[in-house]
Design a protein. Sequence first.
Length: 317
Amino acid sequence: MGCGCGGNGDGGCGGDAKADNPNQAPGVQEIVPDPVLLEALAEADVETSAELIASSEQEWPRIKVNGVGIAQEDIARELQYHPASTRQEAVFLASQALVLRELLRQRANALNINVKAMDGESEEEAVTRVLIEREVVMPSADQATCRQYFENNRQRFASAPLLAARHILLGCPADDAEERSRQREVAEQLIAQLQDNPERFAELAMGRSDCPSKAQNGSLGQISQGQTVPEFERQLFRLQPGLAPQPLESRYGFHVVFVDQRIEGQLLPFEAVHKGIQAELDQRVWQVAVAQYLKNLVGEAQIQGIVLDGADGPLMQ
């Protein structure tokens, strides 16, 4: 049974260490290949009113953007990208995304933007990319700003720690609550035995573990971040040398873990992380600026059938 422990060399089973990928609603981001426009709205604390102008007899809102109608069929197709707790909220989010796309399309037409799409993007995506590049101009974070951020967040910029560890896996299906409860009790019993007789770890690993690493007395070898499944890694890298007092739970079951050695990560110099910090800060500024730009488009437009908050101030505050 693969446990995803991620040990190197002959220790550990390797397992399937794939992280879950949350579904992201394309919405407006379908036409902007870089950051998500609707996420940018949230980053900038943009308020929208989840209000659709529709009668009880009307299944879909009748929306117009500067006189151009949003087809109800388009709203229905867009719904799949906007999961929500209620249908009304999903319809609002889908309608909002289509309104923003239409505003961007109209603005690009007004500026006579024509551009050849790059590999992997549609014509609509290309036009919107160029529109945003032309209309949303912002300075890049300078070195002084980046260094200040670096000094204020020093612990973020360190190499990952390195662990040498052993484990005993008590495997059980992720969806079997009864078996999980039973195996947790077994793991706790093994920990109690090992607290009294730590020298028995190899013996118990060979006899009880469901991981192929039992052939190496449970050894996982040296593990760094990214080599195991996320839920196991988060718990493992909090441990100090010695026997973990509680079992670690993962999708594969319960792990009795003994950390033989822990080598702490080293703080990285500013020069090693400068470009990454600059990219992160530039991305934040981009999101705020695009959100303000979209609010301005909303504020200047004649929109019927949906209520969105626009901006009264200039593009760049």
